[in-house]
Write a protein that binds this ligand. Sequence first.
Ligand code: BGC
Length: 732
Amino acid sequence: MMKEIKLRLTDVNACNISNLESIFSLANGHVGIRATNPITSDSLAGTLVNGYFEYSPIVYGEVAANYPKRNETIVSLPNLRKIKVMDEKHREFKSARLVDINLDLLSGQLSETYELWNVDKQQINMQVTSYIDQEDVQFFGIQYTFIPISYSSYIYVDKRFSLDEDAQHKIAMKIDDPRKTRKIASIQRQIVTKTRYRQTIMVDTAESNQKIYLTVYSYKNDQPLLSKLTLNKSQTVTYQYNVSQKNTLLDKRQIDWDLIKSHSIEFWQQVWQNSEVSITGNDELNLALHFNIFQLNQSTGRDGKTNIAAKGLSGPGYEGHTFWDTEMYMISYYIYSQPEIAKKLLMYRYNTLDFARNRARQLGVNEGALFAWRSINGEETSAYYPASTAAYHLDGDIAYAIGNYYEATHDDDFLAQYGFEMLLETARFWRRFGCWVNKRDYQQFEFHTVTGPDEYTVMVDNNYFTNRMAQHNLRLAYRLGKRLSEINPRRFAKFNVSTEEMDDFVKIADHIYFPFSDKFQINAQDDTFFSKAIWPFSHTPRDKYPLLLHYHPLTIYRYQVNKQADTLLADLLFPETITAEQLKREYDYYESITTHDSSLSRSIFSTLAARMGYMNKAYDYFLDTVRMDLTDLQGNTEDGLHLANLGGSWMSVVQGFAGMQVTPQGVLKLIPHLPKEWEGFNFRMVFHNRLLNINISGNQTTISLLDGKPMNVLVNDKSYHLEKILKILTKR
Ligand code: BGC
């Protein structure tokens, strides 16, 4: 087990403070708190609560039938870190400079030091230590220690909420950047209780009608919220917050700083125990990888009602919406390390099925369900349908995750209660959405006017990725339906599925058409992709990327240019569908036209390249992936971390360099490729109720069964029986 792993910033001045707010944010799947300056609070947002949003009308220039009518925006709540510090004359220490910050990834402790000055340039230092409770998720604890430097008299600290604070802080409103969030007006605040040691404020959204209560307690040393402290030595005051849907006025003895701290430490111990991924031979990358996994865990909703927003709880970008990012980039980490969380994420989708059924009807599909491309509560909110609603592949992505979850856990109860119904509803959607097309001597099944993962190519016929996902979805519905009918015939009967319908799923799946280029001998992204001109890359200056911020969408759509992995993602998910030679041709072709303007791209290029043994490429893309937010590679870490990419960095290591896959027969398989730059790497994973430790070092792969019954594994296509420990020679 690791002794220490801390993200420490050595040169705070060289950094963009807004990026640091995201990077050092603390969260527990429910509440997220950006690491804003507690004195100046000049931040993009303060506190975010998973699933707490407000509606606003979507204003269209030209409206058409069945467009989504309202937007959802995550609400930025009052900043819990804020504190007012005054000198003996009640003049504020208004200037505050961050001089040191570090985040302990083993305990979840965030420590910061600020230098504070009053108008007379007298200085005190303020050390801030905080933890978020990972068990009683509505608690957050923060301690401020004041140290006299050139001022040593009384100070007054004021920790009360103020009603006039701008509810949305300084959310950047850049209307020409669709990745930012918008400002919303209809938030009401009201003080509910106020005593010397406790203050509660209620925040109420007028339209979505959600209430959140924030209570601040001050309890240690009997300091009231408005405290007078003598500063001839250091003085610490501790506060804790309760952020919840109900106004529960807790007795201060029920929860305290030490409990919040121990819940945090226990949680992280457990996380690393089951899912540690470490690199030996490169401390910087090892730290970055741990950071990514830490932040992914922080932002994940764990209650079956909330999910993971594109920026998690680290920032307000993308309005707090959940996308396909969860099922394609993040859930794998959970399926193979904390399957109970993977289940909760899938249950979130299950809980949105009614919205999805309704959406399918609005799109003229009279059976099945279409999940929302972007949403907080499951209701479709995307205003720009070409690059959102038309991304029907989301249904297949969710089905794919359900299939993987089931294969890894054999959770029959989940299948019966939730999983099969989602597979059935999505399969029904594909069946009614697609159509049979008569060819001269046969019939094929096609899907028209769809958008694949590459958002620079929209509304095309037969997007290869979409067709593969639909095929897999239909087959899964059949296969797992059969399984359910065997293990729980009564439950299966409740779904009213006829044999004809089930057989039709298979027939359609077997006849789905896949576009192929005879000229290039590769899968074609869609029916017309290769008839377009290639984007004029050599005439596009570096500062014109990402293209979406500089060119009208229609300009982009005329060309062969990929924002992110599309056909290659299908190749990664379905390795059995492509030969090694074709995969090389395909990788080379699509790579040459991909801009990676989306943060979801590079991890796929890395993972796939590692599987192919393209080690230099795999490594280079991995470097970008694992350091993306720490280096602000996309230029917008200030809006929040790129959650899908955090999951993608786990994919690069585990599914790429270790080549971890589950065969269609349900066997765990590894094809290790150790980067020459590393001595080795190690990871833990959970599969079929077993805890495994996998170490790939030098020429050896060692698989240890830490918990559970013996099992078979495939390493480089050779089968082994794992009793306790297996040491296998593997080439670099
Ligand atoms: C990507 C989408 C992604 C969204 C949210 C966009 O830039 O193209 O694939 O779902 O960001 O992360």
